[in-house]
Ligand binder design. Structure first.
Ligand code: ATP
Length: 261
């Protein structure tokens, strides 16, 4: 189903700390995402999830440590060469006055374009397929700024897919999406076999789709492992201060988190 014939890359976050003002909001985080692996970053509000992701897509320079893409420091790569290998979905929607959904998705092709002319038809085809993948092809002509939250989110995911990246860094990709689109988008991401680092709030989605889960709290990694290893009652109680019951999905075997006191 995919036009994406790209090689999944390794994303290696090594001993990364970040300071905002005087405050250390990320403390010595290390996390290696293997080629094709999907790792979910979970944790309470303010834990540092977006901060960690921003270092990975080189929007925020760590005060310590490095982020390596297939062994190369992302801050040593040009913006353009990084964008050919790594695509990001930021948490905030950009304001794209005047641009249509198609225009926004087509921006994903820019890092691959060289000179005038280029492979316009190829770029157009990839843009269209990317919009089809998130079921937004029929809205391609609509102004981006007038789309619903979930529709914008899907167009921005299409833009990331159009980049044909080896690594996807997704900040709450299921934010704004209804239940079916949450499921479809994560299923799609998994099928692409692209290395993925995704901040997720929904622990059940993380358990269902991620190979491993990294739990951040107050800027530190407090757990890293498979969903079964990580999603335990004591850990969730400690990190979120919430009592939970952990069950097992009857069909997939994934842990399921039920909230309750
Ligand atoms: N530009 C900034 N200026 C000041 N503080 C910041 C800035 N960016 C992040 N922070 C602080 O850093 C900490 C981590 O924020 P971050 O957005 O990474 O958390 P998060 O885990 O993604 O949270 P959420 O689940 O609410 O999205 C927070 O305490 C936040 O207030």
């Amino acid at each position: 189903m995919s036009h994406h014939e790209v090689r999944a890359a390794e994303l290696d976050i090594r001993d990364v700390s970040c300071t905002v003002g005087e405050r250390e909001v990320l403390s010595r985080v290390s996390l290696t995402v293997a080629p094709g692996e999907m790792v979910g970053v979970v944790g309470p509000n303010g834990a540092g999830k977006s901060t960690l992701l921003r270092t990975a897509y080189r929007q925020l320079r760590p005060s310590r440590g490095r982020v390596l893409l297939d062994g190369t420091d992302v801050f040593r790569m040009s913006r353009r060469s990084l964008a050919r290998r790594l695509a990001a979905l930021p948490q905030e929607f950009p304001a794209e006055f005047e641009l249509t959904a198609h225009d926004v998705a087509a921006m994903g092709r820019v890092p691959h374009q060289r000179g005038i002319g280029g492979d316009r038809l190829g770029d157009e085809r990839i843009t269209t397929v990317s919009l089809e993948m998130v079921e937004m092809a029929e809205s391609a002509h609509r102004p981006f700024d007038r789309l619903s939250g979930g529709e914008k989110q899907r167009v921005l995911i299409a833009r990331a897919l159009a980049q044909e990246p080896g690594v996807l860094v997704l900040d709450e990709p299921t934010n704004h999406l209804d239940m079916r689109h949450q499921f479809d988008v994560l299923t799609l991401v998994r099928r692409l076999n692209v290395t993925t680092l995704a901040a997720l709030h929904d622990l059940n989605l993380a358990a269902r789709f991620c190979d491993r889960i990294c739990v951040l709290a107050a800027g530190e990694v407090v757990a890293l492992g498979t969903p079964v290893e990580v999603l335990t009652e004591p850990l969730l109680s400690e990190v979120y201060g919430v009592h939970t019951e952990i069950g097992t999905h009857p069909r997939t075997g994934a842990p399921t988190v039920l909230f309750g006191n």
